[in-house]
Ligand binder design. Structure first.
Ligand code: 4AZ
Length: 855
């Protein structure tokens, strides 16, 4: 996974340089003094968080081109030698041919014409034998120029440190380059060389930062020959495209190259400083390579000379930077909440994302986002921020390019005329990087967003808990698609709310933002508008996909690494998972494999009848539960009992109270059956339950007997504690069943055979159901137990018409794609049938008894 963050080299699309010329005729050695002068730019003469360099400030900086574009940086160390990073030239363990590369010297802006720039071909690329990848060190390379560089005011070598040279930690040094100005954000035109001041970090301080899990929970072991520079709080750093370039420190009026830009975890991230190849330890290697070339690189002695033998000072403490965003005094008191006032519109809520930028829905500014011109009344727009005495004025509106047609991109950024001082309030919210993985079960809140109506009651009621990615993805219609694994941006984020809070709290129209907390820090995780609906478990649009756009526009929004890593079983799941197909009414019979903590059987209901017994019920549609008639209605009783249904209780460990759902039964429906009492009853619930992992309808089986499916009797171990158990069974062919029971079965009865030792797993008084799992993974209800029997079940399929007419929204699987029993020839049963099987007599006896009692 580290590959995601050890950013590979990107080709900066910089065209071949107009005005630069290939110059090989000059022999500059004659013009130079014997002892090569180094590290002195002409007097007077991105890097992330840096700024444009002045021309001629860094005359040793070169640009290494391949295929006509800038790939890496380098430094001129002698007229014929350039120092750079090995990883620029090694792909899959192979050194690229020198002929593919050229060195551009004396260049400032790479968007020509280039005064004073010239190009040299490369005659050799030398890489240490022990180089095997940036993380393993020795990331340096020497390039021999086909002809010496022409030294001048904008082309001069840098000084190299001797092996004994010590750069004190805390020293302010400079890194330069034409690399990205943020992660995945290339340097804009006119491609002017960027410079940034970075502080050298001691080995202990750097190791301390990299030992704390960061992106992808990764840590990194610093090796000898590496050095770090940057800041614990991040924000200023080298980035992709700067590799190979120099990190230089001034000493006694000369610039020494302390490091070569090598890598880092991302760019400018908190506690992830840039990692450089230390140059001093490679003095001998460099000298060996350049032997005989005159003049060679200069290694001036350090003055005052370092006292060799002394250990490096280790007095630095381990200073970890804490997030600067996302801290709130208490949920609901959001220090980033910004109220945007546009003349003629209701106030619109957004979030402060940096000193100068507010993020809000683009739909807050209708009519103002379609044209390229700034809104004519921008002067009159105001932004109210917490604890600011006066309203802020607005300088610019930048809508997302897809804002007008894509709800997921309904975003706009507003730039304030003057940056605000960040403190406890206002304080920006944290934004997630694209690879952020919000853990299932994360504690989240809904916050005002856009034109939201005032929240009735306390805003603190809007608590939510995040569903796992599998659930979110599969519940909300991504059928047959694979579930994005951790590290890939999800298509949706699903907060689940407490049912009771939701009941009766409906808004006519509302926009919401989803804030999720990690280690006490709040992230803006998602956005959603809910036209005309109650708050229910819903899919929010994840904001993490917009992180790059937001940082590109704002150049400094607070993107923060993931802070919580306890992935649990779902995160460890490495196999790609797919969602079972849906029926026309949506998702049914979903159950993650392997089953996660929490609910194992989302459709399993406890049906509490008249306060005296509990029957098994199965949720077949958002407002309907199917149960066995004999358990619900006692024989002889003429009154309709008081029935309560509980969902979300049937877990390996029961879900928190907040996930349980209870409903009253308002009617009991039975099919018309002549003579015998019908075995199946439909219970109508007082209100719908929103599909969620604790209340999800099962799929219904359309007919026949599932061939080769794995089937289970799902019950409770005992009716008191009601811990769900499943006993593995096979369903017998109708012929076998018929023969075993010698024709006394009512039509539509299924017989099962228990797997070895499974007969006694669940008790039968609560009338357990018979379920099977399809090959795609959906769970299907096939039958409900017949009174008093372990082996006999009333099939669902014969009642398909009645069930569909009564409920409407049930999920009968399409008959195609579900294997049926083939018709079997002959009615005759083998004469020894009854003797051959295990316990047909006992079953027969029970069945007779059942029929007698019912009759
Ligand atoms: C790169 O890929 C690279 N933030 C260079 C430096 C850093 C990260 C990536 C350090 O060239």
């Amino acid at each position: 996974m580290s590959q995601h963050l050890l950013l590979p080299l990107a080709i900066l699309a910089i065209s071949p340089i107009p005005g630069a010329f290939q110059d090989s005729a000059l022999s500059p050695t004659q013009e130079e003094p014997e002892d090569l002068d180094c590290g002195r730019p002409e007097p007077s003469a991105r890097i992330m968080g840096g700024s444009d360099a002045q021309p001629g400030t860094w005359p040793w900086q070169v640009s290494l081109h391949q295929g006509g574009g800038h790939i890496c940086g380098g430094s001129l160390i002698a007229p014929s030698w350039v120092l750079s990073a090995a990883h620029c030239f090694v792909t899959n363990g192979t050194l690229e041919p020198a002929a593919e590369w050229s060195v551009v010297l004396g260049v400032h802006s790479q968007d020509g014409p280039l005064d004073g720039a010239h190009v040299r071909a490369v005659s050799a690329i030398l890489v240490p034998d022990n180089y095997s990848g940036v993380e393993r060190g020795a990331d340096l390379a020497l390039l021999r120029l086909a002809s010496p560089a022409r030294l001048g005011p904008t082309v001069r070598p840098v000084c190299l440190p001797r092996a004994s040279h010590r750069f004190a930690h805390g020293t302010a040094c400079w890194a330069t380059g034409w690399g990205d100005i943020q992660e995945a954000d290339p340097l804009p035109l006119p491609w002017v060389l960027q410079e940034v001041e970075l502080r050298l970090l001691g080995e202990a301080a750097c190791q301390c930062l990299y030992s704390r899990p960061g992106p992808f929970n990764l840590t990194f072991q610093l090796l000898p020959g590496m050095l770090c520079a940057g800041y614990p709080e991040g924000r200023r750093d080298t980035c992709q495209g700067d590799s190979g370039g120099p990190l230089v420190c001034e000493e006694g009026g000369r610039w020494f190259q302390a490091g070569i830009t090598s890598f880092g975890f991302g760019c400018g991230r908190r506690n992830r400083p840039g990692v450089f190849t230390a140059v001093a330890p490679y003095e001998a290697w460099i000298r060996e390579q350049v032997l005989g070339s005159e003049p060679g690189p200069a290694f001036p002695t350090q003055s005052p000379e370092p006292q060799s033998g002394l250990p490096e000072p280790t007095d630095e403490n381990c200073t970890i930077a804490l997030p600067e965003c996302g801290k709130a005094p208490r949920p609901g008191a959001w220090p980033w909440e910004a109220q945007v006032m546009v003349p003629g519109s209701r106030p619109c809520y957004g979030a402060l994302v940096s000193e100068s930028w507010v993020l809000a829905p683009a739909s807050c500014f209708p009519g103002r986002i379609s044209s390229d011109l700034p809104p004519h009344d921008l002067d009159n727009w105001r932004v109210m921020l917490p604890s600011r005495p006066r309203a802020e004025r607005v300088a610019r509106l930048v809508p997302h390019e897809n804002a007008s047609w894509d709800d997921a991109s309904n975003l706009a950024l507003l730039q304030l005329r003057a940056p605000v001082n960040l403190s406890a309030a206002p304080r920006p919210v944290c934004l997630p990087h694209p690879e952020h993985y919000f853990l299932p079960g994360s504690r989240c809140r809904l916050a005002r967003w856009g034109h939201t109506e005032p929240v009735p009651g306390a805003g603190s009621l809007l608590e939510a808990e995040l569903l796992g990615v599998w659930w979110c993805h599969c519940l909300y219609g991504r059928q047959g698609e694979s579930v994005p694994p951790p590290g890939e941006p999800p298509q949706a984020l699903c907060p689940a709310y407490q049912e009771e809070e939701v009941a009766g709290r409906c808004w006519n129209y509302s926009h919401w933002s989803l804030l999720c907390r990690e280690e006490g820090t709040w992230f803006l995780a998602g956005i959603r508008d809910l036209p005309n609906d109650c708050l229910r478990p819903r899919a929010f649009y994840p904001l993490q996909t917009h992180g790059p756009w937001i940082s590109h526009v704002t150049r400094g929004a607070y993107l923060e690494d993931q802070l919580a890593w306890d992935w649990g079983p779902e995160g460890e799941e490495t196999e790609t998972q797919t969602c079972p197909p849906h029926t026309e009414h949506g998702a049914c019979g979903l159950r993650p494999e392997p089953a996660l903590m929490g609910v194992l059987w989302p459709w399993l209901a406890e049906v509490h009848v008249a306060g005296e017994r509990v029957c098994t019920g199965i949720l077949v549609a958002p407002g309907w539960v199917l149960a066995a008639t004999h358990c619900i209605l006692r024989l002889g009783s003429t009154t309709v009992p008081y029935i309560e249904v509980y969902l979300g209780r049937a877990g390996a460990s029961p879900l928190p109270q907040s996930h349980q759902v209870s409903r009253l039964v308002i009617s009991i429906r039975l099919p018309r059956h002549l003579g015998l009492r019908p075995p199946l009853a439909l219970l109508e619930l007082s209100s719908r339950v929103e599909p969620s992992p604790s209340a999800l309808p099962i799929c219904l089986h359309p007919g026949g007997t599932p061939l080769g499916a794995s089937c289970w009797v799902l019950g409770w171990k005992d009716p008191q504690d009601r811990v769900p158990v499943a006993a593995a069974v096979s369903i017998l062919t109708p012929r076998l069943c018929h023969c075993l029971y010698q024709g006394i079965l009512p039509p539509g009865t299924l017989c099962v055979l228990y797997a070895e030792g499974q007969e006694d797993r669940c008790e039968v008084t609560s009338a357990p159901p018979l379920l099977c799992q399809t090959e795609e993974g959906s769970w299907v209800l096939v039958g409900m137990a017949i009174r008093g029997s372990r082996e006999l079940f009333a099939a669902i399929a014969p009642e398909e018409t009645w069930i569909s007419q009564t409920v409407g929204e049930v999920h009968f699987l399409p008959p195609s794609g579900f294997p049926h029993w083939l018709p079997e020839g002959g009615d005759l049963c083998p004469p020894d049938m009854a003797r051959a099987s295990g316990s047909p007599r006992a079953a027969l006896f029970l069945l007779l008894l059942t029929l007698l009692i019912q009759g």
